[in-house]
Design a protein around this ligand. Sequence first.
Ligand code: KG4
Ligand code: ZN
Length: 335
Amino acid sequence: MRVLGIETSCDETGIAVFDPARGLLAHALHSQVDMHATYGGVVPELASRDHIRRIIPLIRKVLDQARLQPADLDGIAYTAGPGLIGALLVGAAVGRSLAYAWGIPAVGVHHMEAHLLAPMLEDPAPAFPFLALLVSGGHTLLVKVSGFGDYEVLGESQDDAAGEAFDKTAKLLGLGYPGGPVLSALAERGRSGRFQLPRPMTERPGLDFSFSGLKTSVVNLVKSEAGDDQTRADIARAFVEAVVDTLVIKCRRAMEEFGLLTLVAAGGVSANRQLRQSLGEMVREAGGRVFYPRPEFCTDNGAMIAYAGYLHLREGETQPLSFEAWPRWPLVSEA
Ligand code: KG4
Ligand code: ZN
């Protein structure tokens, strides 16, 4: 069963084909980062228009790369949410229409479920059950994953997502968009211990997160300290250490509480070098193992959508010809 995956939830058009017998056959991505950078963040209307421009040529490119004809495909998966509604609708409309024209089923995939499953495209892949730390630009979630489709959300951010905190803090420090990679590069040059920032919500029990207060602490530091390069790097260092420590503390707590030895980290922030190092140390001490997607599949991509879609289609899931997209869509619907 070969599945074409389409990702258009935010500022990346991602297309891929997954084949369970042969793995990932091809994948391609068009990032809109340069276009949005001028505005310091994603402009939703521009994002939708760019997806419209890119999506068909990118699908052609991926099919060519994989040496496939439409007739070789058995299904289409597209991101149905959460994300920017206009952007989501582009992928959903194209995915559904092509599936109708080609006479194959289509399925709408949850973006965060796809992030969560992305490490399973790697070798070795994690085995169920595992704890998933999902850290993206829009969400921060701790999920107990007992099997495909069997998810329990243990904790989530009460305000800003981890990636959002990186992006906003980067902006405060005068760095470009997206902030994650530049901010962590700046932090590498910073000195540990010059500034102390809080580890929000780690003192009390529970597995939820809150990152918006850190931003306020950074605002105060930026105001009170001289703005030379080393100081900015030291502030960046303190910020990254605070976020990383907080995430690691909550992961350790969840692994202990739920008796899980396998940790999966996914979503854009899981590409972060400092986070990977600290999670690695914590998990080693706990006698467990940590799994990540390859760096290019930490951020948004079509491969994870093709793979998650394949799992849904394999279960025989069908959806009506009409389609919807959901800008807000909880990973686990409330009973
Ligand atoms: O998963 P993703 O591509 O998109 C969403 O689903 O939101 O995540 C994007 C987020 C952005 O906030 C970006 O700044 C952050 O991931 N990010 C990073 C790194 N690479 C991307 N944050 C910290 N360190 C990185 N290396
Ligand atoms: Zn994402």
